[in-house]
Write a protein that binds this ligand. Structure first.
Ligand code: BTN
Length: 255
């Protein structure tokens, strides 16, 4: 199986690396094009949110992918990326992070990294743009987000070199992406993801998806990465999109 061949394009400032990568994918860019920017003026987050991206305070990049696996398995790609980020933080910076479904990287229960996967129709078929944003220093986000956001600097006391994180991450993602596209790769990725995520099983959560709100206990992942949630009525709901928050465990004691 051929390796993901990366070609890095660097920018001082862009509205969004995802937008730039999508534009180039539409024009036929090959798999592996990686767009990196020192700052983003209109960084995009999941669920139409903004991703604050001040200069030099975080790592902001997007990769064009043209996966060979069936499109029904593409939701596993951001999970694969989360796995790569998790392992690079642990191995390179001794930072033990958690993965919140589907692909938020948390430390001290605060968000350290976000991943945004967007599909785009191009002249040579459908592509996926995988965007990753990591808060490296405490100036990566405004003070009002201190309750919910963190950075590698805040968690480790050190500012990691941006180039170092990028190179480690690209290598780790290359390897995991290859694993995903190999025989039974999806199962392996799901297993590895579940070992690293406290959200995989036995956590009481709320999922908000537009007007729909669901509460229950997590019960593992489906083969396409969807989250199984057992409601208080004992029914299993399959969640494919939404914003997850942790809830305190139900108090089942009676006095
Ligand atoms: C999230 O909301 O958790 C996802 C955030 C993804 C942010 C990254 S930064 C690089 C890439 N370009 C964007 O505009 N967004 C992603």
């Amino acid at each position: 199986m051929s390796e993901l061949a990366l070609q890095i394009l660097r920018f001082d400032s862009l509205p969004s690396t995802n937008l730039e990568a999508a534009r180039r994918a539409i024009d036929g860019a090959a798999e592996g094009l990686c767009v990196v920017a020192s700052e983003q003026t209109a960084g995009r987050g999941r669920l139409h949110r903004l991703w604050v991206s001040p200069k030099g305070a975080g790592l902001y990049f997007s990769i064009v992918l043209r996966p060979r696996i069936p499109q029904s398995s593409w939701p596993l790609i951001p999970l694969t990326a989360a796995l790569a980020v998790h392992d690079v933080l642990l191995e390179g910076y001794s930072l033990k992070a958690d993965i919140k479904w589907p692909n938020d990287i948390l430390s001290s229960n605060r968000k350290l990294c976000g991943i945004l996967a967007e599909t785009v129709d191009t002249t040579i078929g459908r592509a996926l743009v995988l965007g990753i944003g990591i808060n490296l220093t405490s100036s990566a986000f405004p003070p009002e987000l201190h309750e919910i956001a963190t950075s590698v600097q805040l968690e480790t006391g050190k500012v990691p070199g941006l180039e170092n994180v990028l190179q480690n991450l690209l290598l780790a993602f290359q390897q995991r992406y290859e694993m995903l596209q190999s025989l039974r790769g999806g199962e392996e990725i799901l297993l590895e993801w579940s070992v690293r995520s406290s959200y995989a099983s036995g956590k009481r959560i709320r999922v908000v998806n537009g007007q729909a709100v669901l509460e229950g206990m997590t019960r593992g992942l489906e083969s396409d990465g969807a989250l199984r949630v057992e409601t208080d009525k004992g029914e299993i709901e399959i969640v494919r999109a939404g914003d997850v928050t942790e809830l305190r465990p139900l108090d089942v004691s009676r006095d």
